[in-house]
Design a binder for this molecule. Structure first.
Ligand code: MG
Length: 371
């Protein structure tokens, strides 16, 4: 059943039950509840870095004046993060957040982030929850609060993890509705993977190497081979630290190169100019919407293209990112589509088009528990 049909069947679409503007009791005291979300993947997810069937993210519920804001962050193993530590770090902040004025966002997040050093998933969860709360309190969708037109949202790719040729063909068939695919590569099997994709479809492809190519000659050879097979963008071809080598590669290929692992926060961006053509910004890396916006504007000031990406997460995180997507060139916001037990519905994806919720805040609807 398609998402819209499912929502109609359960009566939760447009006019149905949404997260309430006012919680039972309408309490005025603030509260911070932190949970771990255990997400089950539809397919085993393999990249150059790891292979997994489940993912844990951290979820924040910020409650004040009878309104609840939701936020989520996906801890990134590469940066030494995990859900248990993110959760503990957020629980330690409960007093600070509960006593703070949520309208003084800069001050609240400034103080909180000073105690969340190297905890970007935790930062993202708190930041997104406060943004959701503000939008819900004002009765205004987040994109509108940010001054953005949802009609400007770009198409999103759908990601295909590394797999056998047979499974790759199956996954590509399952992704038939998406006009552009993002294919994970970076292992010895790259040519087999792309050949398997091309047996099924001739649609445009982007590839994500996840730092997999370790020498510059290999990178040039692989990119030229991929370009001849309709690959229009290459993400993080070499290790993040190999800036000079990546710049050498860029001078020899025509396909745009985008940084992901090399680009965490805004201060990483200026030195990437001239080495990459663009950056992949993720709220889980940046620490939320506030830093994500700063990164978008920093990248623009450095004449870099902007992709908005995500980690594997529920609709909380991808919907938050989708509200920023009218500002960017490319979207890769499929993290919630890769899991089988998303507790919420938010941004809708149909044939690659992102439809942003027009409900207050993030505009999330609970799937299993009408609220
Ligand atoms: Mg990537």
């Amino acid at each position: 059943m398609r998402r819209r049909e499912w929502l109609k069947a359960t009566g939760t679409l447009a006019g149905g039950t949404v997260l309430p503007a006012t919680l039972a009791g309408g309490e005025s005291r603030a509260g911070l509840v932190v949970e771990t979300l255990h997400l089950e993947l539809r397919h085993t997810w393999t990249t150059t870095m790891s292979s997994s069937e489940t993912r844990d993210t951290v979820l924040v519920r910020y409650r004040r004046d009878g309104v609840e804001g939701l936020g989520e962050g996906a801890p990134i193993v590469r940066y030494g993060e995990d859900a248990a530590r993110a959760r503990a770090a957020l629980e330690d902040l409960a007093d600070l957040v509960e006593e703070a004025d949520p309208w003084l966002l800069e001050k609240v997040l400034g103080k909180a982030f000073a105690r969340l050093e190297h905890q970007y998933a935790a930062r993202a969860a708190l930041d997104i929850a406060l943004h959701d709360w503000r939008g819900r309190k004002l009765g205004m969708p987040l994109h509108r609060l940010l001054g953005l037109d949802p009609a400007d949202a770009p198409l999103t790719t759908f990601s295909i993890g590394i797999d056998s040729p047979e499974m790759t063909r199956q996954k590509v068939r399952e992704a038939a509705e998406f006009p552009v695919l993002k294919i994970k590569v970076g292992l010895d099997s790259d040519e087999d993977t792309i050949a398997a994709v091309r047996e099924v479809t001739d649609k445009p492809l982007r590839v994500d190497v996840n730092e997999g190519w370790k020498d510059r000659e290999t990178a040039v050879r692989k990119i030229e081979w991929l370009a001849a097979r309709g690959v229009e963008l290459v993400e993080q071809p070499m290790p993040a630290a190999m800036l000079e080598e990546t710049g050498w590669v860029r001078e020899r290929v025509d396909v745009p190169l985008f940084a992901d692992e090399a680009c965490g926060r805004a201060h990483d961006i200026p030195r990437l100019s001239g080495v990459y053509d663009g950056v992949n910004i993720k709220l889980d890396k940046s620490g939320g919407i506030r830093e994500g916006l700063r990164m978008i504007h920093t990248a623009r000031a450095c004449d870099l293209g902007v992709m908005l990406g995500c980690m594997i997460s529920s609709s909380v995180s991808t919907t938050a990112a989708a509200h920023l997507s009218p500002l960017v060139d490319y979207a890769d916001l499929d993290g919630h589509l890769l899991i089988a037990n998303d507790p919420w519905s938010g941004v809708e994806v149909r044939e690659g088009r992102l439809t942003l919720p027009d409900r207050p805040g993030l505009g999330l609807i609970s799937r299993d528990r009408p609220r």
